[in-house]
Design a binder for this molecule. Sequence first.
Ligand code: GSH
Length: 200
Amino acid sequence: VINLYEMAVSGNCYKIRLLLHHLGVTYRRIEVEPGNSGTRSPDFLAKNPIGKVPTIELEPGVFLAESNAILCYFAEGTPYLPADRLERARVMQWLFYEQYSHEPYIAVMRAWKRYFGIPAGREGEVPMRMEKGYEALATMDRELATRPFMAGEQYTIADIALYAYTHVAGEGDFDLQPYAHLRAWLDRVVTQQGHVAINA
Ligand SMILES: N[C@@H](CCC(=O)N[C@@H](CS)C(=O)NCC(=O)O)C(=O)O
């Protein structure tokens, strides 16, 4: 059985569950606490040297980390990751965008505002993170005005990666109302075969 080490509220972990549900792959969920008794314990660091979830155990003793790398692994050979060189690179384009220009703002604001509070001394980062988060949403909205899915005509792991935190951006006090193309895309993602909710 495949073991998914995760945190239930994490969008990065939800990405993996969403793809595995689309693919009909069965797996076991193992909740890991943040901090020294969980992600930073020697036992967990042996599974993932940077001490973060999601981390997946593909077969006994074989671990893989980084949400978007795990998506690539499972999507290989399926329509969720096209074989064509350029189409595939376009999916990668949006996976890297998600990790560098979207998640650090939208996911972090959601975590701070909804779940953990703003860490002491970091209040000053909030306006910059909100501004950059809105910039990411505006980029997506402009792109989605031209095509149904992030990387082209088909639903791929680029959509899965970006849906994870975009659909809960409201929990970080982001207002999605101005972004009609983005909201239509959120609705299209939900209708994909095998879709599952973050809190399912
Ligand atoms: N780039 C990583 C980010 C993973 C990440 O930030 N995981 C968070 C939860 S969303 C975590 O494990 N936090 C607990 C910790 O750092 O101890 C990915 O995409 O998988």
